[in-house]
Design a protein around this ligand. Structure first.
Ligand code: NAP
Length: 254
């Protein structure tokens, strides 16, 4: 038996970065994984192929989040994929709300449109994805929302982004209480600076500077965070709910 045998999982934003690493771990552990993406279908298919190549099961689902009808689009694709790949059994055991957009705009210059977009993608979409997912989730399910260390570490240039992630952390606190009787756990995972496709990771001097924020003296790799997420998705984490899990590599130690 593997860790996630007979489980189904949705990882939003898993065409790249932390989401991709998480989808690959869940797939390697035996889960049927829905690899969600917004724009990069080729990258999502590459993730699906990697999981299939390791003997796992996966399919891709496209939906832009933060626009009207986003959750309907996502679940139409998810349910169709589950029906096809899971013998007609449409249920969801594990939900990882990972897709997100960054800000990078000083507080004085943040526009209402930029603010609305951050909230729509990072906060509102996870809320309503959970609402819909719960109609498919059996007792004992797992919900993990990806936050950021910036809810506990001041960086004024990311204020609006941090506000959007502060909101997502409320989902774990309140829904953990609400869903405890069903054995469903809800937790937040907060990455620190983690390598992704941002060009800044191609500038050695910038990477060296960012690395100093971690007590380990390096930037995070997607797998550093994905291992934590996979643990919280597993049976071994059944007694953890409503938690803020610091996966910043010690950045919050000060
Ligand atoms: P990433 O490499 O930038 O990838 C983002 C993923 O989200 C992609 O799969 C992208 O899909 C999808 N996505 C973006 N906007 C979307 C939208 N509007 N609708 C649907 N999907 C969308 O991500 P990452 O850096 O690994 O970050 C993952 C999560 O960790 C995010 O929530 C982020 O806020 C959080 N986080 C990251 C860091 C960091 O340093 N990297 C630090 C703290 C927290 P397509 O590529 O197909 O468009």
């Amino acid at each position: 038996m593997s860790r996630f045998d007979n489980r189904t999982a949705l990882v939003t934003g898993s065409s790249r970065g932390i989401g991709r690493a998480t989808a690959e771990r869940l797939g390697a552990g035996g889960a049927l994984v829905a690899v969600h993406y917004a724009t990069n279908g080729d990258a999502a298919q590459e993730v699906v192929d990697t999981i299939l190549g390791n003997g796992g099961r996966a399919f891709a689902v496209q939906a832009e989040l933060g626009v009207p009808g986003d959750v309907d689009t996502l679940f139409a694709g998810l349910e169709a994929g589950l029906k096809t790949h899971n013998g007609g059994d449409v249920h969801l055991d594990i939900l990882i709300n990972n897709a997100g957009v960054m800000g990078g705009v000083p507080p004085e210059e943040t526009t209402p449109e930029q603010f609305d977009r951050l909230i729509a993608v990072n906060t509102k979409a996870p809320f309503f994805i959970i609402q819909r997912a719960l109609t498919l989730m059996p007792d004992g399910g797992r919900i993990i929302n990806i936050s950021t260390g910036l809810t506990k570490f001041a960086n004024p240039g990311e204020l609006a982004y941090a506000v959007s992630k502060g909101g997502v952390e409320m989902l774990a606190l309140h829904l953990a209480r609400h869903l405890g009787p069903r054995g469903i756990t809800v937790n937040s995972v907060a990455p620190g600076i983690t390598r992704n496709d941002n060009p800044v990771f191609g500038i050695p001097a910038a990477v060296e500077q960012m690395a100093q924020l971690s007590t380990f003296g390096r930037v995070g790799e997607p797998g550093d965070v994905a291992d934590v997420v996979a643990f919280l998705a597993s049976d071994e984490a059944r007694w953890i709910t409503g938690a803020f899990v610091d996966a910043t590599g010690g950045t919050l130690l000060g």
